[in-house]
Design a protein around this ligand. Sequence first.
Ligand code: URA
Ligand code: SF4
Length: 194
Amino acid sequence: MDEFELLKQEVKNCTKCDLCRTRTNVVFGEGFRNAEIMCIGEGPGYYEDQQGCPFVGKSGQLLDKILNVCGFTRSEHVFIGNIVKCRPPNNRDPLPEEREACLPYLYKQIELINPKIIILLGATALKGLIDPNARITKVRGEWMQWNNRLVMPTFHPSALLRNEKLKKPAWEDFKKVVSKYREIVNKDHFSEHC
Ligand code: URA
Ligand code: SF4
């Protein structure tokens, strides 16, 4: 088994925080093992917990739609992960101790996948990876650096579902990702709409 598979097995059996007691499935993450883009969300919701896959509910469908418009797929371009790998009961925000227990797994995933671009989806991802005091409404749409990687913070798809007005700025953020991808990964990257 390679290091990535070993990590997956370790996470699937993890009991490092109390979320292990209430989960149905651990959601390790999904996508291309050597993706140049990694999307990071908050944590599994009801459907993700049921199926063991990230972003499969309503937000996930919207995320897939956005990625597809950008010419990106889970299987070829993107790996999708979360700050916590087990569902917080009733979809509450993950607690600080839960985030701390789980973050080393995300760091290891980032190291092994080695993406050039990280897309942070929403406040929990931004605060968890970058800075607990950062505000998504303030910093979204601007490139950041984290450990020599480019980071684009944007709204969580669930925020776009709650507030239609956020869709346009979020789309601008994803367009920046597509042009950066053309600049540093594949100048011939094809997408139908941008
Ligand atoms: N929302 C998230 O933040 N992550 C998921 O995997 C699903 C919904
Ligand atoms: Fe382990 Fe993370 Fe699940 Fe907590 S949320 S039990 S740290 S995998």
